[in-house]
Design a protein around this ligand. Structure first.
Ligand code: ZN
Length: 457
């Protein structure tokens, strides 16, 4: 091996030299060098331009509007995934040109309509904004809250329309739980906050909102909410997997199309920020998934007067002279005995023992005993002949079926971006950041808007 390396026939010695010596070769060498330099220059310039292409994208400037406007739309009970049930070209368009929570928006607990809508516009958990369920009893006054209660004492916190108005801009709420409540010194004019009327056609709602954009710029609201009852109305009757849901989803998509087209006609589709959300999802509750409180009678009798709500949220307030801990212990003993039909699908808690992630404790309005029922199960007093079978929500917000959608399109949202799921209490800070307003204290995180919005240079 050693003789081969040192011999004259070594391939190393026969390799052509890189530095030719003849004049022709020199010319060739200069030409090659020039080519090399040109290639290097090209490479450097492409490197530079590709660096420029990868600068973090910034917010797109407003073309026609003089300041940002946010249009917050709720489609009630729009379960995450409904957007795949049918052709939804208009929602798809918002998704493609905007930012989407790729696995949906997480509602607050309980996953009911009023607590969630009010969390979206206040950034507060129900224990803090006071609307702890769709109906409840104030234990101090004995007054009953219902979805028709508009007295300001029920509605705590500061909803977006009030934040916006307090800082000198007009606000509009074309239906939203809480929008008819007069709080503080501001009263929303009737043209911007019509009284709730479920029979107003969706088209009329969209057209009225579009009309707000025809107002002189100092009258145009900076924040507008818009509400549709569907597909929640259908979901309760037929559950989430019925053709009626598909039809309802198509109709909501048509309303989004009507809105986009109206904004385009006005040349402001790219200027207006549209945030499309739902309040919660929906799950089927058919198939005998029932738990009857009367089945617990060998362990404890729960009188009807103690129960404020049966299902999906079981809410019990025993009289003062009855120990709530004792009630919880006896109920859970019965439920885990194996002798109560479906008993293992209900667990009862003192509210202070509920999982922290539910944030369902810090209000005197929350009853001392709360039952968590498994997905799709239902609590009733006793078996009856009426078999209610359809869809429900209100369950633990950890269930994927309770998730809804978040799609945002506008100058501060990156096109085609996907973001992880988040709780709807973050939306308040997002809206105030887009509008460049000072928000009220809330349960959202201060850093959330910067993690989602394009920087506004
Ligand atoms: Zn709802």
């Amino acid at each position: 091996m050693g003789s081969e390396e040192g011999g004259s026939s070594s391939p190393l010695l026969r390799r052509p030299t890189l530095f030719p010596r003849s004049p022709q070769s020199s010319l060739f060498f200069c030409f090659a060098l020039l080519l090399l330099l040109a290639a290097a220059a090209l490479f450097l310039s492409s490197l530079l331009s590709s660096t420029q292409d990868h600068r973090p994208p910034a917010a797109r400037p407003l073309a026609k509007l003089s300041r940002p406007v946010v249009l917050l739309i709720s489609s009630d009970g729009f379960r995450f995934g409904y957007q795949f049930k049918a052709p939804t070209p208009n929602i798809r368009r918002l998704i493609a040109g905007g930012t989407e929570a790729e696995e949906g928006l997480i509602p607050v607990f309980p996953t009911a309509t009023f607590p969630n809508h009010y969390s979206i516009v206040t950034g507060l958990y129900p224990a803090h904004h006071g609307i702890v369920y769709n109906y409840f009893v104030d234990p101090v006054s004995g007054d009953h809250f219902t979805t028709g209660s508009h007295e300001p004492r029920w509605w705590l916190g500061e909803p977006l329309w009030e934040t916006v108005a307090a800082q000198g801009f007009n606000s509009a709420a074309y239906f939203w739980p809480g929008s008819e409540v007069i709080k503080g010194s501001w009263t929303c004019p009737a043209k911007f906050c019509p009284k709730y009327n479920g029979s107003v056609p969706f088209e009329e709602r969209v057209d009225t909102v579009l009309g707000y954009f025809d107002l002189p710029k100092d009258e145009m609201p900076a924040f507008i909410s818009l509400y549709f009852e569907d597909p929640d109305s259908q979901g309760h009757i037929v559950g989430p997997d019925h053709p009626d849901i598909t039809k309802a989803v198509v109709r909501i998509d048509e309303m989004i199309g009507r809105l986009i087209s109206g904004l385009e006609k006005r040349g402001i589709f790219e200027d207006v920020t549209i945030i499309l959300v739902g309040d919660h999802g929906m799950v089927g509750n058919c198939g005998g998934k029932q738990i009857y409180l009367n089945d617990l009678s060998p362990w404890i009798n729960i009188p009807e007067s103690w129960v404020q709500s049966y299902s999906p949220l079981l809410v019990i307030r025993p009289p003062e002279n009855v120990s709530s801990s004792d009630v919880v212990a006896k109920m859970n003993r019965g439920l885990s005995s194996g002798k109560v039909n479906n008993g293992k699908y209900l667990r009862v808690y003192l509210k202070e023992d509920l999982p922290d992630r539910l944030h369902y404790y810090a209000s005197y309005r929350i009853s001392p005993i709360v039952g968590l029922v498994a997905e799709g199960y239902k609590v009733a007093r006793e078996m009856t002949d009426t078999c209610e079978c359809g869809g429900a929500h209100g369950y633990d917000n950890a269930f994927f079926s309770m998730r809804t959608i978040f799609v945002a399109h506008g100058p501060r949202f990156e096109r085609g971006a996907k973001i992880p799921s988040f709780e709807n209490v973050e939306i308040y800070n997002l809206v105030t950041a887009i509008l460049k307003l000072q928000g009220a204290p809330n349960n959202g995180s201060a850093s959330f808007p910067n993690s989602v919005l394009l920087p506004s240079y």
